[in-house]
Design a protein around this ligand. Structure first.
Ligand code: NAP
Ligand code: G4F
Length: 333
């Protein structure tokens, strides 16, 4: 019997890769999308078929995490066996500008979804997109039992969601799991996260369309992995015997400067000639270093990351160079 899944945030980086993965496994996939005045489905357009097509397995539904009643009607309509909750205001820097909105969507939005499941008595497995940002100021290496110390409105909202998931698991016996994922990137990464901002700049500079890029703190340390491998980990978490919390990370540390060097170097460019500093990209409070220990996911789920940061930078630069060379062909990268 084919399984049915709901993905919130299906139009985002992870949602698009997860939809691909689940469709390849024979799932029927439903996705929550926001109504926008411009198209926001470019990451999943290649998966979409006319819903009148009898072979169509991907269905999109309008809804917003701020609208709890809509989450109830949607869940009651589609009765998913697995819910992957990926939607969020996910940008840390933006969360300082929009702390209330971030709390409403990234924090309370999770409660609205959990409560909708509880209200209609839906028997499903629930994945929460928790984050290494919850560790914040706690020094690395970070793992499931490391104390949390969030350093942004985004981190605080995600930590609230984390505890609500644990509360629904313990209080109502829900199969609800937190995936505590460290940074993961890809050619589909949002354009204002630092890796993609860098690789887009490299492509624009290499093609002569730009000369420089403005960045903030180059000393921050991150553990960057490859997004398609991380969505495989999400799926494995919901196939486990018991609901639990798992870190996904590579365990390898690089600074933003290291990523800059790797990306510019791959295109034969000297980064020091093209990178300028702008303090608007600094944050009121920074997370200095995130380096994860994913031993539990390796032992319990058999999950193993393969792509490390230098290869990731090359993959992303190549995709952005191709995007500049042949924009239409590169749309589905
Ligand atoms: P992303 O590309 O920013 O995607 C976010 C998704 O959430 C988009 O589909 C967006 O829709 C949707 N969304 C935002 N506000 C919404 C609202 N009010 N109602 C309904 N949908 C809304 O994020 P991502 O990188 O794929 O990450 C997926 C999840 O994992 C996020 O929760 C993120 O916080 C978390 N996470 C990410 C990482 C990482 O390194 N990527 C690490 C740890 C955790 P639009 O397309 O319409 O904007
Ligand atoms: O790419 P970033 O914006 O990602 P950040 O803040 O680590 O958050 C991402 O990863 C989290 C997991 O740990 C997710 F939960 C979250 O949703 C998101 O996906 O910034 C990375 C680092 C920061 O230290 C930042 O200060 O890069 C530094 N940075 C330096 N210059 C910059 C820039 N970041 C951005 N976005 N833009 C810059 O110009």
């Amino acid at each position: 019997m084919s399984k049915t899944a709901l993905i919130t945030g299906i139009t985002g980086q992870d949602g698009s890769y997860l939809a691909e993965l689940l469709l390849s496994k024979g799932y029927t996939v439903h996705g929550l999308i926001r109504r926008a005045s411009t198209f926001n489905t470019h990451r999943i357009d290649h998966l979409y078929r006319d819903p009148h097509d009898p072979d169509s397995k991907l269905f999109l539904h309008y809804g917003d995490l701020s609208d709890g009643a809509r989450l109830v009607t949607l869940l009651a309509e589609i009765h998913p066996q697995e819910v992957y909750h990926l939607a969020a205001q996910s940008h840390v820097r933006v969360s300082f500008d929009e702390p209330e909105h971030t709390g409403d969507v990234t924090g309370i939005g999770t409660t609205r979804l959990l409560e909708a499941i509880r209200m209609i008595g839906l028997d499903c497995r629930f994945y929460q997109a928790s984050t290494s940002e919850m560790f914040g100021a706690t020094p690395p290496p970070q793992r499931e039992d490391t104390p949390f110390y969030p350093r942004s409105p985004y981190g605080a909202a995600k930590l609230y969601s984390y505890w609500m998931v644990r509360n629904y698991r313990e209080g109502y016996g829900m199969f609800a799991t937190n995936g505590i994922l460290f940074n993961h990137e890809s050619p589909r990464r949002g354009e204002t996260f630092v890796t993609r901002k860098i690789t887009r700049a490299v492509a624009d500079i290499a093609s002569g369309r730009a000369d420089h890029v403005f960045l903030g703190n180059l000393d921050a340390v991150r553990d960057w992995g490859y997004a398609p491998e991380y969505v495989e980990g999400m799926w494995r978490m919901l196939q486990a015997d018991e609901p639990d919390d798992f870190v996904l990370a590579t365990g390898h540390a690089y600074t933003v400067r290291d990523f800059v060097e790797a990306a510019f170097g791959h295109a034969g460019l000297d980064w020091e000639k093209h990178v300028r500093f702008d303090d608007r990209y600094l944050r009121p409070t920074e997370v200095d270093a995130l380096i994860g220990d994913a031993s539990k996911a390796r032992n319990v789920l058999g999950w193993e990351p393969r792509v490390l940061t230098p290869e990731l930078a090359r993959i992303m630069v190549d995709a952005d160079i191709e995007r500049v060379r042949a924009p239409e062909a590169a749309r589905l990268a």
